[in-house]
Ligand binder design. Structure first.
Ligand SMILES: *Cc1c(COP(=O)(O)O)cnc(C)c1O
Length: 465
């Protein structure tokens, strides 16, 4: 084909519609795709390549198809890591989803005081429940925990020094580094102690009239063992109180339930941290709390009150969907039904026997469809900076496929996407992180991806059951 034989933009658009590849987009929305494809075609012709109208039509159809599919896709998590930041952290409870649906589809009293018929505050909705659950005087929720720590330091420590142990001046991941956050807040970092040992006297000797606070940071993603020392909570509480400075705590994952009750290491809860004497505790909403993405600040009423008035709060504020989901999540804790209701805690609490039985069923399902698979014991992790290094015994479906990498790749790009892990040449799916209602879907996705791989085509889209 020559340049002159290339179709016009309008003609190409018409052909795409005629071939029914427009995915219900109006012709005007197809123009920019057609332009791009024609530009590429001109380049191809210039390089002496062959160009056919049919291929141009198909290419526009391909680009349109890519663009009308949401990029954010549902995914079945077979990795065995319960709180996985890359995979969206905590799945929400049914009650939280209902709350989002009912609030998001209409108007709400987000910032409206129904009693008085006047302007209210979005921060009032969750405050009482959070305070009651944690034993704190007051509470405030913002966009995420990074924002919570930034707001606390900006609102309470700007222009003054904040003392941090060298063993806690850490990087959490995703670019969240304590020294950088401190700098950004306008506070000055004063590091004390050594990487492995910091004593109360190290903090005590560093306190001057320039000091605003001691900041303690949860070692979320690593563990220190051997010749180590941290001061006792009581020492820090007394020191802060006697010297008239604040104790601010970045408690990271921040659980309201005791992890030791579920076969994990003992971790003080947020309530324990408040009781230990922290003036401010910051933690995430979508880690062990099992709710939507949020950063929660609990602590002394006067301090939280100061943060409520801080101009930065406007930039960090939570959305109504988050408030709706958070209120429903917190209600599960107040009812004492969190372990049964919240997916994160259901996964943590799942017994190895139940997981094994579910894995057996998936294996049976696969065998009936002609695939070879076995149940293998495996280890799940809580993840998300909670109880680092701690493992929970679990059961995985192990596929005995000849090419696990290719199968994994086909599963990742299917709908819904499926992610597992490869160990000893087997592709494994840990049932602990698969929502039980998705067991059959997991099996069907595997069958579909395997079939697609054998036929060399793309896996067919899955029913959204
Ligand atoms: C996860 C974590 C953060 C960041 O929390 P986000 O909610 O992801 O912003 C900060 N500090 C600690 C100690 C953490 O574990």
């Amino acid at each position: 084909m020559s340049y002159r034989a290339l179709p016009s933009v309008d003609r190409l658009v018409q052909n795409v519609v005629a071939a029914n590849l427009h995915r219900e987009l109006p012709p005007s929305a197809l123009v920019s795709y057609a332009r791009d494809v024609l530009a590429a075609a001109r380049l191809a012709l210039k390089n002496g390549e062959q160009v056919e109208v049919g291929a141009l039509v198909a290419e526009v159809g391909h680009l349109v198809a890519q663009d009308v599919e949401p990029r954010l896709r549902r995914l079945i998590n077979g990795t065995g890591v319960i709180i996985q930041t890359n995979l969206g952290r905590a799945p929400l409870s049914a009650a939280a989803l209902e709350a989002i649906t009912s609030i998001a589809g209409g108007y709400s009293n987000l910032e409206y005081d129904l009693q008085r018929g006047e302007r209210g505050s979005r921060y009032d909705h969750m405050a009482a429940a959070l305070a009651r659950l944690t034993g704190a005087e007051d509470a405030l929720a913002v966009n995420n925990n990074a924002a919570a720590v930034l707001l606390a330091l900006s609102g309470l420590c700007t222009g003054k020094e904040v003392i941090v142990s060298r063993g806690q001046a850490v990087e959490i991941g995703g670019g969240f580094r304590i020294p950088d956050v401190l700098r950004q807040s306008g506070a000055m970092l004063l590091e004390v102690g050594t990487t492995n040992r910091t004593y109360a006297r190290d903090y005590a000797e560093a306190i001057t009239d320039r000091t605003a606070a001691i900041l303690t940071v949860h070692r979320s993603n690593f563990r220190m063992s051997g010749f180590t020392h941290d001061p006792a909570d009581a020492e820090l509480a007394v020191l802060a109180r006697e010297r008239g400075i604040l104790w601010i705590d970045d408690w990271g994952s921040g659980s309201l339930l005791q992890t030791a009750d579920y076969g994990l290491a003992y971790e003080p809860t947020v309530t324990d941290r408040v009781r230990a004497g922290c003036d401010i505790v910051c933690f995430s909403g979508d880690k062990l709390l099992g709710g939507p993405q949020a950063g929660i600040i609990v602590g002394k009423a006067a301090l939280v009150g100061t943060l409520r008035k801080h101009p930065l709060l406007r930039a960090l504020r939570v959305d109504k969907l988050v408030i709706a989901a958070m209120e429903a999540t917190l209600l599960a804790y107040r009812r004492g039904t969190a372990t049964g209701e919240l997916p994160v805690w259901r996964m943590i609490a799942a017994s190895p026997d139940d997981l094994h039985a579910r894995a057996e069923q998936v294996v049976e399902h696969l065998r009936q469809r002609g695939m070879e698979a076995i149940v293998r014991p495996c280890q799940s992790a809580v993840g998300g900076g909670s109880t680092p290094g701690e493992m929970l015994p679990s059961a995985a479906v192990a596929l005995l496929a000849p090419n696990p990498d290719a199968l994994h790749s086909a599963l990742r790009t299917a709908q819904p996407a499926v992610v597992g892990r490869i160990a000893d040449g087997h592709l494994l799916f840990d049932l602990r992180t698969v929502l039980p209602e998705n067991d059959a879907l997991l099996a069907e996705c595997i069958v579909g991806a395997y079939a697609a791989l054998q036929s060399g085509g793309a896996p067919p889209p899955k029913d959204d059951a």
